[in-house]
Design a protein around this ligand. Structure first.
Ligand SMILES: Nc1nc2c(ncn2[C@@H]2O[C@H](COP(=O)(O)OP(=O)(O)OP(=O)(O)O)[C@@H](O)[C@H]2O)c(=O)[nH]1
Ligand SMILES: [Mg+2]
Length: 344
C-alpha cells in the first residue's frame, strides 16, 4: 500500500489541476500578463511525457514565441560545490535590484530524483526565492540529457514571454550538459575556485573554449591571494586560445558569492559583451544558429526515440548486441539488419 500522505497529496494535486485546467489560449494570455501560476502550469505541460500535454504545450509555446527572445540568456557552469547556487543568489539579487526580472533554470541530467538540485538550491537562494522579480524553477528530471535540454529551451521561451528579461541556466560541470547549455545561451560563464597551484589541471579544454568569462569564486578570507594568482594563470591560458568569432576576448575575474565582492563586475562584463555582440550582429547570428541546431537536435532525438521504441527493434536489439559481443555477427551487419527491420 502507498503511504497515505503521498497518495492524498497527489490526488489533491491532480484534482486541482483537472479542475483548473486551462486551454492553451488561456495559458498564453496568462503568461503574457506575467501570471506565475500559468507560467508554472505551462512548464509542467512542457515537462510532461503525456502526448496530449505535449500537443497543448506546443500550442502554448507557439503562442508565446512572438513575445519571446527579448532577454539575455546566461549559462553558468562549474563543478559541484564551486558555489553556483550561492553565486546565482547574489548575482540574481544584484540584477533584481537593477530592476531586472530574473528566471533561474537548471539543466541537471544527473538528478533522477524529482526536482533535482535546485530543490536543495532553494535553500541556498533564500533571498531570491522570496523576490517577486525572480522565478526559480527546478530542473526537469529523470531523463536523457537531450530531453532535459529540450524542455529547458522551451521553458526559456515561456519565461521570456512572461516578461523575464534575464534567464540564468545553471548546470553542473560534469558530462555533456555544458555543451547543451552553451548552445542555448548568449553568454557562458565558467565558475572556478582557486586550487592548489596548478589551476589548469583537470579543466577540460572544451569548457575553456566555450567560456565567455571565467569567474574565480570564494575569493574571500585566506583565499584572496590564491584567487588572484589563479586569475593571472587563467588569463595567460586564455590568450593562447584562438580569437572568438564573436570578437569577444573572454575575461577572468574574482568574486565572492558570500561577501558579494566582484558580483557587480560580472554584470558589467556581460553588459560589455552584449554591447559588442549586438553591435557586430553576432548576438542575432548566434541565436539563429542555435535555433537551427535545436531543430536538428530535436529531429535526431525524435528519430532515435522512434527507432529504439519500435516493437521489433526493442525485441531484437539485445540479441544483436550479444551476437556482436560474441563476434558471431559484425557490428555493421547487426546494425544493418536492425535498420532494415525498422524501415520495412
Ligand atoms: N567562502 C565562500 N564560500 C562559498 C562561496 N560561494 C559558495 N560557498 C560555499 O560553498 C558551498 C557550495 O556552494 P553551492 O552554492 O551549493 O555550490 P554549487 O556549485 O551550487 O554546488 P552544486 O549545486 O552541488 O553543484 C556552500 O557551503 C557555500 O556556502 C564564496 O564565495 N565564499
Ligand atoms: Mg547548486
Amino acid at each position: 500500500m502507498q503511504p497515505e500522505t503521498v497518495n492524498s497529496n497527489s490526488v489533491k494535486l491532480i484534482q486541482q489541476f483537472r479542475r483548473k485546467s486551462s486551454t492553451a489560449e488561456e495559458l498564453v494570455q496568462g503568461i503574457l500578463k506575467g501570471n506565475i501560476t500559468d507560467l508554472s502550469r505551462a512548464i509542467t505541460l512542457v515537462e510532461s511525457t503525456n502526448p496530449e500535454h505535449l500537443t497543448k504545450a506546443n500550442e502554448v509555446i507557439n503562442g508565446c514565441l512572438p513575445h519571446a527572445n527579448k532577454s539575455v540568456r546566461i549559462g553558468i557552469t562549474g563543478v559541484p560545490g564551486v558555489g553556483k547556487s550561492t553565486f546565482i543568489e547574489a548575482f540574481g539579487k544584484h540584477l533584481t535590484l537593477l530592476g531586472k526580472k530574473v528566471a533561474v533554470l537548471a539543466v541537471d541530467p544527473s538528478s533522477t530524483i524529482s526536482h533535482g538540485s535546485i530543490l536543495g538550491d532553494k535553500t541556498r537562494m533564500e533571498e531570491l526565492v522570496k523576490d517577486k522579480n525572480a522565478y526559480i524553477r527546478p530542473s526537469a528530471s529523470g531523463e536523457t540529457l537531450g530531453g532535459v535540454a529540450r524542455k529547458t529551451r522551451e521553458t526559456i521561451i515561456l519565461c521570456e514571454a512572461a516578461g523575464f528579461d534575464t534567464i540564468i541556466i545553471e548546470t553542473v560541470g560534469v558530462g555533456q550538459s555544458e555543451t547543451a547549455v552553451h548552445s542555448m545561451v548568449d553568454f557562458f560563464l565558467l565558475l572556478k575556485i582557486s586550487g592548489a597551484g596548478d589551476e589548469l589541471q583537470g579543466i577540460k579544454r572544451g569548457i575553456m573554449e566555450m567560456a565567455d568569462a571565467i569567474v574565480i569564486n570564494k575569493a574571500d578570507g585566506d583565499n584572496i591571494k590564491k584567487a588572484k594568482l589563479a586569475k593571472t594563470e587563467f588569463n595567460r591560458a586564455l590568450h593562447l586560445f584562438p580569437a572568438k568569432k564573436s570578437g569577444w576576448m573572454p575575461t577572468v575575474s574574482t568574486c565572492s558569492a558570500i561577501t558579494k565582492e566582484g558580483v557587480d563586475e560580472v554584470w558589467k562584463t556581460i553588459s560589455d559583451y552584449l554591447e559588442l555582440t549586438l553591435s557586430n550582429a553576432y548576438f542575432q547570428e548566434k541565436r539563429q544558429e542555435q535555433n537551427q541546431y535545436w531543430m536538428m537536435e530535436t529531429i535526431n532525438e525524435q528519430l532515435k526515440n522512434h527507432f529504439y521504441t519500435h516493437p521489433e527493434i526493442s525485441k531484437h536489439l539485445n540479441e544483436k548486441k550479444k551476437a556482436v559481443q560474441n563476434n558471431t555477427l559484425s557490428p555493421f551487419a547487426a546494425a544493418m539488419e536492425l535498420l532494415s527491420t525498422y524501415f520495412k
